[in-house]
Design a protein around this ligand. Structure first.
Ligand code: G
Ligand code: G
Ligand code: MN
Ligand code: NA
Length: 249
């Protein structure tokens, strides 16, 4: 298909790039890691956001190639250079269903001399997701490599709780809509209930969409481990990272 070919050309011509949004440990203030987000630049200089091209890539199968490129690039420009301790990559369920995904991940980590624990995959709790045996198998293979599995946008889809039943996630990212609702007592009660549910299951919690100091303080009081959002930092190219005070052991 046409668009699949365009995406392939975009990759070859380096029109696709990654930006990284920092993740802060809200208890210590340290930079814990960064999430990789894809960007596509058109020859005329305008940017296309993933919300536009990822669904097309998923439909045409081009997501497999884009996804592999993203994993390799994160290993090369963020992890091998020790710019962050942990970097996360968003993955579509269709990538996890492809035979050979975990083999590719293992080979890429080995190529850059990285331990699996430094890489995380964010799986979005979208409607289209069905937890089938292929996905579960792929996730156990990744976990055997030490790779972290995070649940993204928790609370926005129908599948959240059944995913929690079936998959041993390392971190759950609570969708930013719940944080924004924390302006009201009703919203704060909801947030505390979600935190309590996740705590009882032994999950690490990251809250997304922190835009103010007040929200950061509230999340610290709630005992959240990690936060992300414009208050911590916007997505930036890899070259903007580097003096983060973290040294590999
Ligand atoms: O950066 P932006 O707000 O446009 O990202 C929106 C969403 O696009 C992300 O939350 C994520 O779900 C998806 N996305 C971004 N980068 C990637 C990627 O590399 N692979 C996949 N599968 N999805 C991505
Ligand atoms: O689905 P996912 O959480 O991976 O989407 C990440 C996207 O969320 C980023 O590309 C960014 O555009 C958006 N985002 C990140 N931080 C904030 C924030 O503090 N406020 C808002 N409104 N959007 C954010
Ligand atoms: Mn994400
Ligand atoms: Na999210």
């Amino acid at each position: 298909e046409n668009i699949a070919a365009i995406l392939r050309i975009a990759l070859e011509q380096r029109l696709v790039s990654l930006v990284y949004q920092p993740i802060r440990n809200v208890q210590t203030g340290a930079l814990d890691g960064a999430e990789a987000l894809m960007r596509m630049k058109m020859p005329d200089g305008t940017s296309i956001m993933p919300g536009t091209f990822i669904p097309v890539a998923e439909r045409t199968g081009a997501i497999i190639e884009l996804g592999r490129w993203a994993i390799r690039t994160v290993c090369k420009e963020m992890l091998a250079t020790n710019k962050v301790k942990v970097a996360s990559v968003n993955v579509s369920p269709s990538e996890l269903k492809m035979p050979g995904f975990s083999t590719y991940v293992a080979a890429t980590l080995a190529e850059y001399g990285l331990v699996g624990t430094r890489l995380a995959f964010e799986i979005t709790e979208g409607v289209e997701l069905d937890v089938d045996t292929d996905v579960v198998r792929c996730i156990s293979e990744l976990k055997r490599l030490g790779v972290q599995i995070w649940l993204d946008d928790f609370g926005t889809g129908f599948a959240g709780l059944s995913w929690l039943r079936m998959i041993d996630f390392d971190t759950v990212k609570i969708d930013r809509s719940f944080l924004h609702d924390c302006e009201t007592e009703r919203g704060r009660r909801m947030m505390r209930d979600i935190i309590s549910l996740l705590r009882h299951r032994g999950l690490r919690i990251l809250v997304e969409g922190v835009e103010t100091e007040e929200q950061e303080t509230l999340m610290r009081q709630y005992g959240i481990e990690q936060i992300q959002g414009y208050h911590v930092g916007r997505p930036e190219p890899a070259r903007r990272f580097g003096n983060l005070g973290w040294l590999p052991s």
